[in-house]
Ligand binder design. Structure first.
Ligand code: COA
Length: 154
């Protein structure tokens, strides 16, 4: 299985949104209908291609001296095959290219009992991310958010 990492461009918007539709436990209707179609068009990122099929994506933006992951997803049938890891690695290469030493992401905190995000946190921890900020929010969909970061050698 050869994974080809390509730059995220607007031509991949439909592929990315099809993957998001297949991951409703992570991407709710607001994310899929309102936020992602805009962010995916304007953020930088990469897609993972296997045999001509787009099976994963990562988008990110630069803010507060970090490259922040905006959206990340892999088609469920392709989970646990190293595609997410390749996408994070590509984001790390982007950090190196830009001379930025921190790759970060915001996600749901452990205090919220919601199984899908346990796998997300397990993934980020395995990728070398560590929590640097925890916050309670008044967003019912995300009452505790955590921010994680990974140091990238530049
Ligand atoms: C998170 C996600 C992108 C990971 O993609 P993936 O291609 O399945 O991940 P990888 O195969 O590269 O996994 C790398 C390592 O992360 C860890 N990991 C990944 N998925 C895991 C799971 N479900 N449970 C526990 N650990 C997991 C493992 O250590 C894994 O290595 P291993 O398979 O050799 O044990 C994918 O699960 C996904 O699309 N999740 C839904 C969307 C999401 O969570 N987006 C991020 C929101 S902030």
């Amino acid at each position: 299985m050869t994974i080809t990492i390509k730059m995220l461009t607007p031509e991949y918007l439909d592929d990315v949104m099809a993957i998001a539709e297949a991951l409703p436990a992570w991407f709710d209707a607001d994310a899929r209908k309102r936020a992602m179609p805009v962010d995916i068009r304007y953020q930088d990122g990469f897609v993972a291609d296997i045999g001509g099929e787009i099976v994963g994506f990562i988008s990110f933006y630069i803010s507060e001296g970090r490259v922040n992951i905006g959206w990340l997803g892999v088609r469920p049938a392709y989970h646990r095959q190293g595609i997410g890891a390749e996408l994070v690695k590509a984001a790390g290469s982007y950090c190196q290219l830009k001379g930025i030493q921190e790759l970060s992401v915001m996600t749901l905190g452990e205090s919220v009992d919601y199984e899908p995000y346990e796998t997300t946190r397990a993934f980020y921890h395995k990728m070398g991310f560590r929590v640097y900020l925890r916050a309670q929010t008044d967003n019912p969909g995300c009452p505790e958010e955590i921010r994680l970061k990974k140091i990238i050698e530049t």
